[in-house]
Design a protein around this ligand. Sequence first.
Ligand SMILES: Cc1ncc(COP(=O)(O)O)c(C=O)c1O
Length: 437
Amino acid sequence: MTTQAKQTTRSAEIVRKHKEYLWPAVTNFYQQPLVADHASMQHVWDVEGRKYLDFFGGILTISVGHTNPKVTGRVKEQIDRLQHLSTLYPNEAIVALAEKVAQITPGALQSSFFTNSGTEANEAAVLLARMATGRYDVVGLRHAYSGSSALTKGVTAQAPWRKSGVISVGISHAISPYCYRCPLGLKYPDCEVACAQDVENLIQTGTSGAIAAFIAEPIQGVGGFITPPPEYFKIVFRAVKKYGGLFISDEVQTGFGRTGKKWFGIEHWEVTPDIMTCAKGMANGAPIGATITTKELAASFQGLTISTFGGNPVTSVAARATIELIEEEKLLENADAMGRYFRGHLEELQKKHALIGDVRGKGLMQALELVKDRATKEPAPEATAQLLERTRENGLLIGKGGLAGNVIRLSPMLNIGKADVDEAIRILDKSLSEVRV
Ligand SMILES: Cc1ncc(COP(=O)(O)O)c(C=O)c1O
């Protein structure tokens, strides 16, 4: 029976109310939206009782499994103990999280400011960089996604996410290290990473020549898991420093083990940022944002700041439980091993299905870019939408991204095992065969 036919009155009513009472800009996946009922570890159930294997994790946010009892157990205890009092009163939960974060961050990034989202984390990072340097110009990257506020929409560089009203004075965008669609028409490694040189040229031509910061995602998430060549960020880092800027690594998608082996995505690229921003997977679904920097930079923040809910005891406990679980269960290693295993199978699928133009990513952050023709690389957004429908019918949740909406994003929980990866590959294979465009 198809999803359409099986739709119950309850789910129809929820979809109707979603349309009636929420902003239309807040869209749902699927022609017939999936109304979630409950979830456990790698699985989600809809209100019709259908079970799905989740390979998107609420947009890379469920890092150690839905309702993982080792996290929710501690959250429940904390709710009964102390929910909120604000940062005006220190408490054990927030300092324990900040201490834990300081233990796993690279370099001298020891000081945290907690908020509720990636947007706020990036806002605080840019604000701090401007205060610390006394400069205004910020350089970002095309294809970036930075958040939903006015400033972060200005840092974002994909038209669908920055329509009318977005003013990005003082923010310039360098070209993205998007090898599959090289904006310079070059091929790695013969290109000698020419895209990285563009950052210096942009600073010289599109800014005052003295910048507050460069901000980028180590792998561009919403942009379609655009993965730079290994040398890219090292070259960019040198240019940023030459012009006095701070390097901000937006780890909202790549942080907390997502890319395997390392805690943070930027560590793969052997660059130590001045500021890191985190959210999503950090607390396994509890709303959190963190802007982490050195003690010296943190001390240069002028005036006061506060985030009422930022670092509240319940969220802080959820984040610490998540991080400790990643440590205890050696999930950085698992994400690396399973990421490689998954990647191998995705490349096998690419050999079989002409629709897959590119396979890219790192660890458990893997993408398939779908094209109508491998020679012309014309994006295939309709086939991508259909693949989403087919995988849903076959019991697998996957994500979508990319400027043209033609990139499949795959990001299972870090504690995923081989059997589930095999099942995801089987469903992807079957579903790819069912796409008719
Ligand atoms: C890289 C990146 N930065 C920032 C954000 C904004 O995070 P939030 O939606 O929690 O505000 C996102 C959200 O998708 C993101 O992917």
